[in-house]
Ligand binder design. Structure first.
Ligand code: 5RP
Length: 231
């Protein structure tokens, strides 16, 4: 099965968790988009829910799918957030932010009673860190913040380069919140909690992509002889 088929299979299973009247956090990325598309079909068939998108991209996709939307200020308590991830470990710790939406994704997930991750099972890892860890930073004092992030990374037992994420045109990428993203290429993160604490101590860090103790469940789809096995 192709990656898109696996993402759709995970998204379809997540749809079973949705009940009429729910206030839903809508994640960002291709897997979250698959969920939004399927949710839109249900909405057009009469399901009444309200969605809070985690990015401008998801806002556009969900509005296009006919989903009623609200801001988190209008609906500050959510029942369920469905979102993708870049890595998931055995303790439901995540790396997120490959799509640069980690700040809003974390705010929305933490405002939800439940967060359920949907992903291709290839995202499951023993140890987090093969995927570069996105760190959202304020543009002011970027070079100083990068040095402080590098020191924090080293102090927390990790090793590797930290790079500024750029657009295809070569400009520093701007998130929906107007920040930049530093990607920490660490290979492995032996103590995610220690790294999280160390990064939060850097003043220019707005948020990082380690989601620790936030996800409640993961729906992972794997290719089982040509059909999706969802666990
Ligand atoms: C965006 C994210 C995405 O959820 C993550 O990058 C996974 O994306 P995809 O489903 O396209 O693999 O964290 O910031």
């Amino acid at each position: 099965m192709s990656g898109p088929d696996l993402r759709k299979a995970a998204a379809a299973r997540a749809l079973d968790l949705v009940r009429p009247g729910m206030r839903l956090g809508l994640g960002t990325g291709s897997t979250a988009n698959a969920f939004v598309a399927l949710l839109g079909e249900r909405v057009r068939a009469g399901l009444d829910i309200v969605g809070v998108p985690t990015s401008e991209a998801t806002h556009a996709a969900a509005a296009g799918a006919g989903i009623r939307l609200a801001t988190l200020d209008e609906v500050p308590e959510l029942d369920l957030t469905i979102d993708g991830a870049d890595e998931v470990d055995g303790r439901l710790r995540l790396i997120k932010g490959g799509g640069a939406a980690l700040l809003r994704e974390k705010i929305v997930a933490c405002a939800s009673r439940r967060m359920v991750v949907i992903a291709d099972a290839a995202k499951r890892v023993e140890t987090l860190g093969r995927f570069p860890l996105p760190i959202e930073v304020n543009p002011f004092g970027l070079a100083a913040t990068q040095l402080a992030v590098e020191a924090a990374v080293a102090r927390s037992g990790c090793a590797g380069a930290v790079s500024l994420r750029r657009t295809q045109a070569g400009d520093p990428l701007r998130t929906d919140g107007g920040h930049h993203i530093l990607d920490a290429h660490l290979g492995r993160i032996p103590d995610p909690e220690a790294l999280s604490t160390a990064l939060w101590a850097v003043p220019g860090v707005v948020e990082h992509g380690l989601f620790l103790g936030i996800a409640d469940a993961a729906i992972l789809a794997a290719d089982r002889d040509g059909s999706a096995e969802v666990t």
